[in-house]
Ligand binder design. Sequence first.
Ligand code: ADP
Length: 457
Amino acid sequence: MRKLRSSLFARFVLATSLVVLLIAILLVFELRANVSQTTAIVVALLALLVLLGVITVWTQRTLARDLRELSLALERVLLEGGLDRMPQPRLAELNGIAQEMDAVAARVRNDYLQLTSERDRLQAVLDNISAGVIVVDRKLKIDMINPVALKILGTTREFALGRTFTEIHHSPVIDRAIEKSRRGAVVNKEIQITLPDRRWLRVLASPIRSEKGRTTGVICVIEDITSRRKLERVRRDFVTNVSHELRTPVANMRAVVEALLAGASDEPEACARFMTDLDRESGRLVDIIEDLLVLSRLEAAGGTVEVETLRLEEILKEAVREKEELAGKYQVELIFADTGREISVRGDRGLIKTAFANLLDNAIKYNRPGGRVEVSLERADEFVTVSVSDDGVGIPASDRGRIFERFYRVDKARSRNTGGTGLGLSIVKHAAEYHGGSVRVTSTEGRGSTFSITLPA
Ligand code: ADP
């Protein structure tokens, strides 16, 4: 019924019926009032014109309003993925179009929801990936960038999006890789950047292609390989150092053996001297190998401590007792003020004792005749601190940061002469960390040093 009423045809029929009715009334009026027929027709036509004008204006306005509402609704669906249905038009002629638009809008809404959920999933993947990912469009403007890439390049998402890569970070090598990829190549490179800090990156830039094979952008995956590079360097240095450290005693032993074979063994005095040399060099070899084994054991264990409850004052007393002879040889006084307090930690007895023994060794050997070495044990809150202080040669500030590295020696000659392997402090550091603790050093060159190991009580 409504459809019929609001259709243009219905309105036309209605208007015509009204005019016919009007003419009929006028004819009756003409008969009664004796008005001329022409006047009656003119009045009827004027009435018809006014009526048609009113209907046309109304129809045009209603049509415009309906079309505006439909186009607004469509815009909402297309631009914002709005979930509204198309409004019901007042003109029934537009109902068909509205229904079709509704069907199109439903499809668009569906696609929009699917795209949004895919985009959210992609964003979640990008946010949680451990490599940096940057997606640029054909004009090299950044479309997507994940948190890792933001961190590596030292920028923010708000700043980066919509800008070219060169605008957010000037790395000529990454620029070139992206540019080359835009031209269709896959680039895979290790590069170094200096801003925001010095890092090594592996950059993989690949073109993004449309179904027709056109390059529509570039995806650039950046991996921070600084620590891997550092580790590789440490490993390389370590192998070089070990070979070097082992070569010296082995070469010395070989020279001694060659001398003995060449006839020195016939002279009892030379033979005794060579035997002493052999003993010293083989001892050094054994020390280095034993220290290396302790270090490799610590590294292989990787955090799983074989624990037992240890009374620290007992272990310290034992370590001090074992170093008394060495202290006597270097004319150094060794003092352990045992407070009689029981202080326990949980840990590996062998490792903790080795760490104390290494600190005592150093405090005695890098001392001077008449010097003192004091050992103390304290407990504060949840931590226990063992300190070994000496008033020996001290450590220059420039070396202090490196003495815990493997094979690092401040005074190489002194270390070798005293039978040092260059691994003692490295073992101390690893042993402390293995037990969840740490080691600290304070020192004044020429005045002495204090090494403190702190362990969880
Ligand atoms: P080393 O076997 O040569 O003693 P360490 O790793 O124990 O190796 O020590 C590294 C370097 O730190 C030593 O060569 C020495 O120069 C310096 N050092 C360690 N302890 C002391 C100390 N108490 N006083 C002065 N120098 C020390």
